[in-house]
Design a protein around this ligand. Sequence first.
Ligand code: SF4
Ligand code: SF4
Length: 426
Amino acid sequence: MMNNAFSRPATAAIHYELLHQTPLGPQHVTSSGTATLLIEEKLERQSQIALKVGDEVQTGQKLSPFTDRPTYAISSVTGTISSVRPMSGDFGTNYTAIDIALAATEVMAEGPGEMEPTLENLTEWLAGAPGKPPLHLFRSGDQAIHTLVVAGVDADLLVATNQFIIKSEMHAINRGIDILKAATGVSQVAIAVPRDLVQGFGHTGADELKAVASEYPAANPKLIIYEAFGQEIPAGKSCEELGFAFFSAEAVASIGKAFDTGRVPIEKTVTLVDKNGRKTIISARIGTPIADVLAAHQIQTGDGDRLIVGGPMTGSAIFDEQRPIQADTDAILVQGAADVSLVSDYPCINCGECVRVCPTRVQVNMLVRFLEAGQYEDGAELYDLDSCVDCGLCSFVCVARIPIFQYIRLAKYELSRLTAAEASNA
Ligand code: SF4
Ligand code: SF4
């Protein structure tokens, strides 16, 4: 069963909040003593690692910890490496964490300097820059990207990071667009902005502006392609398979700044939402512990409070405040215990709300029965898991408080593992 056409949610719409005024600037948060850089590679044994505890590093220095892999991190601080350790994340993600004790005096490393705008240079220096430019999309041999979409919208509710960047860093974005055009040869560049803010944009380096509706989840990349480009994404296909590469506004601005200054940017912009729903745009160096961000804003967490990285619909709860700000940490949301929506093990009452609200018309009430039972392949085949665009609305409306979206994420993860295992056995 395949549902290709998207539809608007049938229940009362939830709207994104717009940044009508350009805030003066992000409030800067400094680290209190350590920074932790994460590299998305599994650390199996210390003998793989070229870095040693006690090594001194400078701000902007490229750190390539693995002797047998090209992955790297750009040090956001000056200091001494205090540990290199394995760390696990959501759904089987493995990291190598490099902890750095900050020195009293900052020393700037040379950085890339003046670069030619080539994909090799971008990949060599900017893969972990703020916004995490998905440069790999231009390197895959089995897809041809014809359109670069610069997302000046944030896909989740309450998050305003890319709205902020598009309003305050247009010069860097235009420069980044020029660099990306030269480096990738992409033929078309569009900037996606909230519909209500389209009028305020003057000249941009893009070929066109695309207006994104204010109803959640209109800023989801697949829905942008459907609504703004008039193209349906067949179930199971990704945006890049249809030739669209989405870069956040921050990722493009990072590229522009790197080519303007000869240094890799290290400051990440983040939307911080406190327990009262108060929103602040902050900036902190990549690697800054989230605990330092909370402390700088006098936010304390207690029993039952929840810390979420990302927005309320699709973000992930974390349980360690020492987790660092990463290149793609767009939001930190603190929910007070009273606002945390509890899940239950009540059975589905077949109210149909999840089906009515789903933008891709997945028969969620039937799908979730299979996923609860761990029958991922059957559920995906019979009830169209591949059409799901990960908006989380089904969980949000479920009256039985079934954690539907968590089941969906787990199912997609397990199915991707099966596919990978089959491919490696073929
Ligand atoms: S998360 Fe739920 S509501 Fe959203 S697309 Fe997937 S199944 Fe539909
Ligand atoms: S919203 Fe929840 S209770 Fe209602 S049909 Fe969907 S899964 Fe069942």
